[in-house]
Ligand binder design. Structure first.
Ligand SMILES: Cc1ncc(COP(=O)(O)O)c(C=O)c1O
Length: 391
């Protein structure tokens, strides 16, 4: 049978080769091998009991039916209030759409604003699923490099050089996965100017906005003239350790949210009501969760950075936010994919080669510090032993 060119185009490539390490490690771990798998961004702990209980009680109370496709009113209200507090922008219910995860939010945003033949500026490296989400409408992704020597910050001059008459949107991700960079005001203002001058949308993935350690997060939405053209996407996955609940939200103009309503109706017809009740509890009752999680990750970030600081030939860039550490292994002379396979084979430690996120991360490995202190300490020991033997 014949598949769409969209689906056929998704398979293969260097990214897939890099991600194969994670798949292999997971399979071997499930088969009982003693491996440390730090190649994916999930938490090692379970969701707060109050949130879990809310889902169970909702199910027991008979919430088994359809809800409005972009979420029920109390949750949209709570998300609007959370946005006011965390992002510092007053929005109303009409600016919020509840979606099953930020992934769905990015996909929905792309469906709302892109047409076949449009170009979207995104960055290399980028979160791996953007390509599939942005290209689903037949748009082309134009990748602008983020360089290690620039601290992985977007260079507005390079963005300008990539513009064409077909450019329709910029896909932004701050705080960034995989680099851990938080984009400063001047970078965001320069990108905002480009959007305004060229009438572009900004699709802004801000799922790590509550996990900033030193610098605070700034949403492009709050910049002058940007609210009407920015579609921001948020998630419960990281801030509330709810990855498996599949719950997030979008904030945009009322007109965009109305369009998202149509897209969501035809794509999944809304999120499960008992999951929405869990999310409501996360925002209104278990409010301390956000800080607890952030502080736990701050400690883990410091632990792993300190533990790796003295390992020869590798360089770590302390992330400003999120749950990932980039390790620069270029001085070892190894190719990152070969390094990662051999590290898995010899030390039972799975890290993700940077190529999984784009060409600019060749020579880097991404380590997820979503793991206990003991696991991180042991991972640092194994990585150090590997470099001393093979580096
Ligand atoms: C940058 C970024 N955006 C989106 C997502 C997906 O979030 P969700 O679980 O809400 O779909 C992730 C998950 O790792 C991510 O890192």
């Amino acid at each position: 049978m014949r598949f769409s060119s969209y689906v056929s185009g998704m398979a293969g490539g260097e990214e897939a080769g890099a991600w194969a390490i994670h798949g292999t490690a997971r399979r071997r771990q499930r088969a009982g091998e003693d491996l440390l798998v730090l190649s994916i961004g999930d938490h090692d702990f379970t969701t707060d009991q109050r949130i879990v209980d809310a889902a169970i009680e909702s199910l027991r109370a008979g919430n088994h039916h359809y809800t409005p496709s972009i979420g029920f009113q109390p949750l949209r209200e709570a998300a609007a209030a959370f946005h006011g507090k965390v992002i510092g922008e007053t929005v109303g219910v009409e600016n919020v759409a509840i979606v099953p995860g930020a992934q769905c939010g990015v996909f929905t945003a792309a469906q709302c604003v892109l047409d076949p033949g449009d170009e979207v500026i995104a960055f290399d490296p980028m979160y791996v699923t953007y390509l599939g989400a942005l290209e689903a409408r037949g748009a082309t992704v134009v990748q602008v490099p983020l360089l290690p020597e620039d601290g992985f910050l977007p260079d507005p001059a390079r963005v300008r050089a990539a513009l064409t008459p077909r450019t329709k949107a910029i896909m932004l991700n701050t705080p960034n996965n995989p680099t851990g960079a938080v984009y400063p005001r001047e970078t965001l203002e320069a990108l905002a100017d480009i959007c305004k001058e060229h009438d572009l949308w900004m699709i802004s993935d801000e799922v790590y906005c509550t996990m900033c350690y030193e610098q605070s997060h700034l949403s492009p939405r709050v910049l002058d003239g940007m609210a009407e053209r920015t579609i921001s996407v948020y998630s419960f996955s990281k801030s509330h350790a709810m990855t498996g609940f599949r719950m997030g939200w979008m904030v945009a103009s009322k007109e965009l949210i109305d369009a998202a309503d149509d897209v969501v109706s035809s794509m999944m017809f809304g999120a499960a009501p008992f999951i929405q009740h869990a999310a409501l509890t996360a925002l209104t009752d278990a409010v301390d969760t956000v800080e607890t999680i952030r502080e736990r990750y701050r400690g883990r970030r410091d632990l792993i950075c300190d533990a790796l600081a003295a390992v020869p030939k590798i360089h770590v860039r302390k992330p400003d936010a999120g749950m990932f550490l980039m390790i620069d292994i270029r001085d070892t002379g190894w190719d990152a994919i070969d390094f990662a396979w051999k590290l898995l084979e010899e030390q039972g430690l799975a890290l993700l080669p940077g190529e999984g996120f784009g060409k600019q991360l060749a020579g880097h490995l991404r380590l997820s510090y979503g793991a206990s202190d003991e696991t991180l300490t042991e991972a640092a020991r194994r990585l150090s032993a590997f470099v001393q033997k093979n580096g």
